[in-house]
Ligand binder design. Structure first.
Ligand code: FEO
Length: 463
């Protein structure tokens, strides 16, 4: 059954109440989700996206019950990821000549995933339009790296609907479809959780894209994303939220993440939480055991925080694997502008805090000098160090900042890739043979972004 969105535009997706995991088992789903496909029936009939392959039979039967498949004039594929393109191969077997409108990168991702099937691709770029009759047009907007290189949005004139793909979506199953009918707390929590875990690495592109869409002066009455609720009540509120979230977002909150073996590091974690409340009663404090809480939920709290404290006992000259894994994940999200502190117990060699410092610095956090490093069990002398650690988390340690921002003090500029990666001359790119201290200008001409492979020539200097 299709559901009317506005005039001749219908939702024809799949609501997945039972979804527990996403991206394999990597992302935890708490509120179900949906794969939102849309059908536009004007002079031309347009299908916007499909659903994930496990639901393809139901999707195609549903589509057939609403429209003769041969009357679909064109398919818009905004993004090649399988949750939206998964039903395309089965559908194309039934209507093999139907034009598919997508980006050049989507052709690559679709052919990469499903093979070269001779599909009738029409590559589009930002600003390209297709007249679909009845005075209405589709306007295509490339959304490169939001969140894949192939991502795109499409805007329907007349009805003023922006089909925004993953951007502005949430993993949130909602039969009532619209943001104004949603449980507001859950809607916004899932929207931010989606941003923090999926969109955050591309925050620099979010800023540019929000500015670009605003400059197009398109009246937007509805934002119809590919997951979760459709924004019809004040749709620009989610655009404004994205602009805020992309700008080193933080609330008055501190997140404490730890693992513990015999409860010593846990005691320090709770002592830090108590001290934060003492020094700053209005600051929200959240404490997570990395062994027990899903990493995406911890990240949701980290994203809202102005600072984090990370603790682990030293084990085998390093840290507990759950904390190491969490910090590896945190680095990939490129969340910026937050302080961090480290703490932990040790019995033999005690490298844990040093390791935590290295990992947090590498992830882009401003690690304060104060720490708690406790020999075996935390004792009175160890707890006495907690107030200074908390003070530095709340207020910063300027002298450390100066030391860490060595590239600024040395006059060497940082350069940023369109994907968000920043080349820091102080760090270089050791994995690719670039020593620390190498100015951007002296990188080899064939050096590429170590994250996404974009050439050096596309980087811009960070002001
Ligand atoms: Fe919802 Fe990037 O797929």
């Amino acid at each position: 059954m299709k559901k009317n969105v506005k005039n001749n535009v219908s939702w024809i997706g799949y609501i997945d109440w039972d979804l527990q995991k996403f991206h394999g088992d990597d992302f935890t789903i708490h509120s179900g989700s949906s794969q939102n496909a849309y059908l536009i029936e004007e002079g031309k009939n347009v299908l916007v996206d499909t659903v994930w392959a496990p639901h393809q039979e139901e999707f195609i039967e549903n589509l057939k019950s609403e429209i003769d498949l041969d009357k679909i004039d064109m398919i818009v594929i905004n993004h090649g990821e399988k949750d939206h393109s998964g039903s395309l191969p089965a559908l194309m077997k039934l209507i093999p000549d139907t034009p598919i409108y997508c980006t050049a990168n989507a052709v690559k991702s679709l052919e990469g995933q499903y093979g070269k099937n001779g599909w009738n691709f029409h590559v589009v770029h930002t600003g390209d339009t297709v007249d679909i009759g009845n005075g209405k047009k589709l306007v295509f907007i490339e959304m490169t790296f939001l969140h894949w290189p192939d991502s795109m949005a499409v805007y329907l004139t007349g009805d003023n609907i922006l089909f925004s793909m993953d951007a502005f979506g949430q993993h949130y199953a909602i039969e009532e479809m619209y943001n104004d009918k949603a449980d507001q707390e859950r809607l916004w929590d899932e929207a931010m959780r989606y941003y923090a875990n999926i969109v955050a690495p591309f925050s620099p592109m979010v800023k540019k894209k929000v500015a670009e869409i605003s400059a197009m002066n398109l009246p937007i009455d509805i934002i119809a994303p590919s997951h979760g609720a459709i924004w019809r009540d004040n749709p620009m509120q989610i655009v404004k939220a994205y602009a805020d979230w992309a700008d080193n977002y933080q609330e008055d909150r501190i997140t404490i993440v730890y693992a513990t073996e015999w409860h010593g590091t846990e005691k320090i974690a709770h002592a830090i939480a108590d001290e934060i409340q003492k020094q700053s009663p209005d600051t929200i404090v959240k404490v997570f055991n990395a062994d027990h809480v899903e990493k995406d939920d911890i990240v949701n709290s980290v994203f809202k925080s102005k600072a984090i404290a990370v603790g682990s006992p030293t084990i085998l000259n390093g840290v507990v694997s759950s904390v190491a894994g969490f910090l590896y994940y945190l680095k990939s999200l490129r969340i910026k502008g937050k302080r961090a502190a480290v703490f932990g117990c040790y019995g033999w060699s005690g490298e844990g805090n040093k390791k935590l410092r290295e990992m947090l610095s590498d992830a882009g956090y401003d690690v304060v000098p104060a720490e708690v490093k406790s020999y075996w069990n935390p004792e009175k002398d160890d707890f006495a160090k907690v107030p200074e650690l908390v003070s530095q988390l709340l207020n910063g340690a300027p002298e450390e900042k100066e030391t860490e921002d060595s590239s600024a003090s040395s006059g060497l500029a940082k350069w940023q890739c369109p994907c968000g990666y920043i080349y820091d001359p102080a760090k270089g790119d050791p994995e690719h043979g670039i020593k620390s201290g190498t100015p951007f200008e002296e990188l080899p001409d064939d050096w590429k972004c170590p994250v996404c492979g974009i050439p050096k020539s596309r980087f811009v200097q960070v002001k």
